[in-house]
Design a binder for this molecule. Structure first.
Ligand SMILES: Cc1ncc(COP(=O)(O)O)c(C=O)c1O
Length: 396
């Protein structure tokens, strides 16, 4: 009853930007989350790749409590220790030298685009074009949306979007064909998430790096979804042995507290001077303390290796479902705990059936079931999901 009342109230007060199932999530612990009616679910969406440590990890809760009692926010007019410590940690972990902290994925991609343009401006060059990939997703703010290669997200706003250039993912020739003197950078997700879990090929990644070096343009990797251990490496680019000039991360960074990081090589980062870019909330002490603890727990619990190990097991189980239901399942793809199962038909009904049977799963690109569980997921929880999917495929 309370669920229905709340959903009615939501209709009155919230803009209808989401099409949500009729459940109100109330609390979570580890891999499990409960709704207001007390129903329990195993969560294989993980807050869309955010809840890397699962729900209510005691160390994360403790760190947030301690920081909240000390200093939640002080603006970027002043220095704060958690922000400096987090920047240091991100530099130690990644191929970058300097960090800018903001509140979300879209915001750090906007920052990456501004930094790129400013970098060339400083050299007296007017390079303001970006090459992005078809099927990509980089966020819903204006420049990030202009770089998002999915027409349905862009269509109503085309009149105000900058006209960036679209190339075909994993097709180096198409990237070369779109290159011209105005191009400043190429932006790519090493593993496309929202677009349906598509992996870049090693040849494509190496080819992009070579092309950028030859042309003197920048390579931006958006690891907002695939970064921070998700694919079984700290950063997905490590699978390819190719480093970007600019790297963006967000999602799991703050353990659920909104936070994104724009990370760049020194010579690029130095194009930003005081006043060139900024944010009120970005990198506040609370978010940074949460991020420092998230990264610490990822290390202490060896979650990057776990992601690789559990991911292999998970993928093998999905493959066996594919063998059992070849008419219904077209392909299984992914790396680590970023997995996709492409269906022959649309997947929303499977998501609905999953809910009824106590699992949260997500469907993206209409036909791809996307699995992004917390990195703490256990084998028995994967087995439970596979059993549920097996039943659903049998019944539908
Ligand atoms: C690869 C990628 N980039 C950017 C974004 C945008 O992040 P946010 O929703 O935090 O703005 C997302 C979100 O799904 C993403 O997956």
């Amino acid at each position: 009853m309370r669920t229905e009342e709340l959903i009615e109230k939501e209709k009155k007060y919230l803009m209808r930007t989401y099409d949500r199932p009729a459940l109100v999530l109330d609390r979570g612990e580890g891999m499990k989350v409960w709704d207001l009616e007390g129903r329990e679910y195993y969560d294989f969406v993980g807050g869309i790749a955010v809840n890397a440590l699962g729900y209510s990890h005691p160390k994360l809760v403790q760190a947030i409590k301690e920081q909240a009692e000390k200093l939640i926010h002080c603006s970027n007019l002043y220095h704060s220790e958690p922000q400096i410590a987090l920047a240091q940690r991100l530099v130690e972990l990644s191929c970058g030298d300097k960090v800018f902290l903001a509140n979300s994925g879209a915001e750090v991609n906007e920052g990456a685009i501004k930094l790129t343009i400013k970098y060339f401006k400083e050299q007296g060059k007017d390079k303001h074009q970006l090459i992005y990939m078809k099927n990509s997703f980089h966020g819903r703010t204006i420049a990030a949306l202009a770089a998002t290669g999915q027409y349905h997200y862009q269509k109503d706003y085309l009149s105000i979007l900058p006209k960036f250039k679209e190339a075909i993912f994993n097709d180096l020739d198409s990237v070369k064909a779109t290159l011209d003197r105005e191009v400043a950078a190429i932006i790519v997700e090493p593993v496309q998430g929202e677009g349906g879990i598509h992996l870049a090929t090693p040849g494509f990644m190496r080819g992009l790096r070579k092309l950028c070096d030859q042309e003197g343009i920048l390579l931006i990797f958006d690891e907002i979804q695939c970064g921070l251990g998700r694919t079984g490496k700290m950063f997905a680019y490590e699978h390819y042995g190719v480093e970007p000039d600019i790297l963006t991360v967000a999602k799991s960074l703050g353990g659920g507290i909104p936070l994104g990081a724009l990370i760049a090589k020194d010579k690029i980062a130095s194009a930003f001077h005081p006043g060139d870019h900024g944010t009120t909330f970005g990198g506040n002490p609370l978010a940074c303390a949460a991020a420092l603890t998230t990264l610490k727990v990822i290390q202490e619990e060896d979650l990057v290796a776990e992601s690789q190990r559990k991911g292999e097991y998970f993928k093998a189980q999905l493959e066996s479902l594919k063998e059992k239901y070849p008419q219904k399942i077209k392909e299984v793809r992914g790396l680590g705990l970023m997995l996709g199962m492409e269906l022959a038909e649309e997947g929303q009904e499977i998501v609905r059936q999953g809910l009824k049977k106590g699992v949260l799963i997500n469907c993206t690109a209409k036909k791809v079931l996307r699995f992004l569980p917390p990195l703490i997921v256990e084998k028995k929880e994967i087995d439970y999901l596979i059993e549920v999917l097996d039943k659903i495929f049998k019944e539908t």
